[in-house]
Design a protein around this ligand. Sequence first.
Ligand SMILES: [Mg+2]
Length: 178
Amino acid sequence: MIFYLKFVNVYRMDKLDKILEGHQIICWDIDNTLINGPNSLLFRQWIKNNPDREHHIITFRCQYQDIQNIQHELQFDSEDFHTGIFKSIMTMPSEYDLDHIYPNEIRKLAHLDAQEFYDITHGLDKNHMMECLEICNNYKAQSCLSVNSKILIDDLYDYLKPSFDANDLLLIDALGYF
Ligand SMILES: [Mg+2]
């Protein structure tokens, strides 16, 4: 059994090695990617194995407190993992925070006029929300470009894919089979 597990881990690490081969600057999402995801342990181990690469975190989190917690969260099951290995942690500017409303929900309401939008959302400004949505849609791809990275590993694959295709960037599904 132990031998089998070891074999599987080597196989998965090898597969990730091949996917990330040739990428010197690599961007990672946090939630459901580096933590709480099916491949989180593998990703963190890969990062530890490859300190010579340039690693960045890009998260939709925007609150200062959340960032303070990242170190603690990353260390949950690997005490030697340190945020110092990341060259930067990019967070969503708070002025564009959608205030916990899912982008898909806003997209569904996009056909409404401003008053209908206001009524259904209990007081939100449609123009402002559509501007936030547009920035959210492109935020991760733009962040990748800002550090000259061509690749992001993230669990929001379907949501992010159009913006990555539009910018000729590679998106790896963090929930995929490795
Ligand atoms: Mg995520």
